[in-house]
Design a protein around this ligand. Structure first.
Ligand code: DP6
Length: 357
């Protein structure tokens, strides 16, 4: 247990408190794939925080007469009660009760919605856990004194316990999670903002092509577990840390060729881990490969610095600088949408993290 994150001085009150926060999704450039308990990464990862793909969460904290030994909550997502969300949330609350013991004095009414299509394959655990963590820390800051820095760190810390990648959604535009020799203040416990980023990356675009909106065949949780017995695990963790070290000066200098090379390697190496685990699996679809090939041809023909990354699914994130947005959007429209389910694509860009709404 991390003693410094325990809210020992937060005294519950008898007041009803309502908190509303929105949190964005994020897209990893250096991938987190492999962890140990309690939700500690096997390598450092780095991501762009997004702007448009967000979860909006309201939590009403209703005081109880007597404290309980677990957190009582209800969850309504996009207008419907969601029993299927309960196991993950129950495990989350059981973990964080240690860090926010005052939650035993409240019943929580959670209402949440996403701005992006549900089951689109866009990772919603990152945005939803970050938004929930922001509401929980909002209550904590009513009950005790927390500096802005303490608040944002606690949000990232709690979000990580819900879903590893969620800790990178608290701030932006570029976040790193996991200790790394080139990042003095980086930690396995929470994500920190990476400063010294070239302006070209501060408004970078991410068009998320929805290739396969169906349920994932393999959850991230299982995928992480398969890294325990994986024959290439140690090489992969070392490689991710090396890629991160190489990416930092690239992000500083605005080196787009260097960026493309590292980001595409990371995406393919992540999927290579899936294809070489036991049991093995493939999350890319034929249309994922068609899109990748189209991007490579377009880049070769035009010299426009557009590239792709993937997360744990078939969707393709098309990444490009804002100053070529017109040409790339035209290319997406004419060449890539044909590979998407119902021609669906979510246009997003780099953003700044959680916000009150
Ligand atoms: C491929 O954060 O979803 O998107 O910690 O089990 O909730 P849990 O996993 P999760 O894994 C994300 C994996 C990834 C890469 C990344 O975002 O770094």
């Amino acid at each position: 247990m991390e003693e410094s994150f325990v809210a020992i001085n937060a005294q519950p009150t008898k007041e009803i408190f309502t908190s509303r926060w929105q949190a964005p999704s994020n897209i990893a450039l250096i991938k987190y794939w492999g962890k140990t308990a309690p939700q500690l990464p096997k390598n450092a990862s780095l991501s762009f925080t997004l702007s448009n793909a967000v979860t909006l969460t309201e939590v009403v904290f209703m005081p109880l007469d007597k404290p309980t030994n677990k957190v009582f909550f209800s969850i309504v997502f996009e207008g419907e009660e969601k029993p299927s969300f309960r196991p993950k949330l129950e495990a989350f609350f059981a973990n964080i009760l240690l860090y926010q013991p005052f939650l035993a004095y409240y019943q929580l009414k959670i209402t949440s919605q996403n701005t992006f299509p549900h089951s689109s394959g866009i990772a919603s655990s990152a945005s939803s856990m970050a938004a929930l963590a922001a509401c929980l820390v909002d209550l904590e800051s009513q009950l005790t004194i927390l500096s802005e820095n303490e608040k944002i760190n606690k949000i990232s810390f709690l979000a990580r316990l819900g879903s590893g990648s969620a800790c990178r959604s608290a701030q932006g535009p570029v976040m790193a999670w996991g200790s790394h020799p080139k990042l003095a203040d980086a930690s396995d416990l929470l994500a920190v903002a990476v400063n010294d980023i070239h302006s070209v990356f501060k408004d970078f675009c991410d068009a998320i092509l929805l290739i396969d909106k169906g349920q994932k065949q393999v959850s991230s949780t299982l995928g992480h577990k398969l890294m325990h017995q994986h024959p290439y695990a140690d090489q992969r963790f070392a490689q991710a840390n090396t890629h991160l070290a190489e990416l930092l000066p690239i992000l500083q200098q605005g080196d787009l060729d260097g960026f493309i090379s590292i980001v595409e390697k990371e995406a393919l190496h992540l999927h290579a881990m899936m294809m070489t685990s036991d049991p093995y699996f493939i999350l890319m679809q034929p249309n994922t490969l068609s899109v990748i090939n189209k991007i490579w041809s377009f880049r070769k023909e035009t010299g426009i610095p557009v590239c792709f990354t993937l997360d744990a699914g078939a969707n393709v994130h098309v990444l490009y600088p804002n100053n070529v947005a017109e040409e790339v959007n035209h290319f997406i429209e004419v060449e890539l949408l044909q590979f998407c389910q119902n021609r669906q694509c979510v246009h997003d860009r780099v953003g700044s993290g959680i916000k009150k709404y």
